[in-house]
Design a protein around this ligand. Structure first.
Ligand SMILES: Cc1ncc(C[n+]2csc(CCOP(=O)(O)OP(=O)(O)O)c2C)c(N)n1
Ligand code: SF4
Ligand SMILES: [Mg+2]
Length: 302
């Protein structure tokens, strides 16, 4: 049964007073992840906003072991941590967690991740997706949505984002999931399930970013939820090739009620300012096609 948010363990591994911006979605997601692993873990993290959240040596705001890694090398570092624990006879003692941003995952880190997935290395990889290179001041990544203005897409990005979970699925790994930091209990349940599976487990987590998306920090959770209501972010998991919608996305599909229009979501954020009606309609069509595919896969379990 799905965990309720009030049932999440009280123990905190992400401490207060960290250096991320107010309202950052990453901390919300990381709290749920560390709770799901009971802190029995070692993390590796590349250059990103997550390293800022973690803090600079000798100060850390996260009370689990953490290895900072070069930008493209997260999955290679995680593979090394797994091999090291195995060599020490300590492989069963803790989970190796690789956690990287959308740029560090879908662009610069994809070769190491693909290699690790091909070898089915025994770690969990979480891509937290704030939809741009935020740590360096908001440049577009392969996961930035169409229409979003960044410092490298002044008039709005033209391309739709890559489907990173499907790329990972194509590697035939045992577990792939899509979640959102706006639903911490959904994050918790997916990491908990992944913890007990061996091999490479990939979890894609949407993390709203008030600074880069240009919205009021108090609205992080509301906007994250709205993205799910619009079908822009879909909650699902694929266990040994079997696809299932989960949580709010499953309820939405079963209700048959209309999704929130993409235009309403776009209106909430400064990054989409100036998007033409045609560009919004194109994104709506893209979302509708993907949603139909998800619903069909859910019905087939494939
Ligand atoms: C090889 C290399 N190129 C560029 C950088 C500069 N850099 C550091 S963090 C970062 C952005 C990371 O973006 P993402 O992975 O999406 O994480 P976010 O900052 O959004 O959390 C960049 C470009 C670097 N550290 N190393
Ligand atoms: S720029 Fe965005 S992702 Fe980075 S710390 Fe600030 S709110 Fe979080
Ligand atoms: Mg990013």
């Amino acid at each position: 049964m799905a965990t309720r948010i009030t049932e999440l363990p009280d123990r905190e591994f992400v401490l207060s007073g960290n250096r991320s911006c107010a309202g950052c979605g990453i901390g919300i997601g990381l709290r749920a992840i560390t709770k799901a692993l009971d802190g029995r873990m070692v993390m590796t993290v590349p250059a990103s906003c997550l390293t800022v959240l973690g803090g600079m040596y000798p100060i850390s705001s996260v009370s689990v072991p953490w290895v900072n890694m070069a930008f493209p090398a997260t999955a290679a570092a995680a593979s090394g941590l797994v091999a090291g624990l195995r060599a020490m006879g300590r492989a069963g003692e803790m989970t190796v967690l690789a956690m990287a941003g959308d740029g560090g995952t879908s662009d610069i880190g994809i070769q190491g991740l693909s290699g690790a997935a091909e070898r089915n290395e025994d770690f969990i990889y979480v891509c937290y997706d704030n939809e741009a290179y935020m740590n360096t001041g908001t440049q577009r990544s392969g996961l930035t949505p169409a229409g979003a203005r960044t410092t490298t897409t002044w008039s709005g990005k033209r391309e739709n984002p890559k489907d990173m979970p499907r790329i990972m699925e194509a590697h035939g790994i045992p577990y792939v999931a899509s979640t959102s930091a706006a639903f911490p209990a959904d994050v918790y349940d997916k990491v908990r399930k992944a913890r007990d599976i061996h091999g490479l487990r990939y979890i894609h987590m949407n993390t709203p970013c008030p600074s880069g998306w240009s919205f009021d920090p108090k609205d992080t959770v509301a906007l994250g939820k709205m993205a799910v209501e619009a079908g822009l972010v879909v909650l699902y998991e694929v266990v040994d090739g079997v696809f299932k919608l989960t949580g709010r996305s499953a309820a939405l599909a079963r209700s048959g009620k209309p999704r929130v229009p993409v235009a309403d979501y776009i209106e909430t954020q400064g990054r989409f300012r100036g998007m033409t009606d045609d560009a919004v309609a194109a994104v709506q069509m893209w979302v509708d096609e993907r949603w139909a595919l998800y619903v069909a896969r859910d019905a087939q379990g494939a």
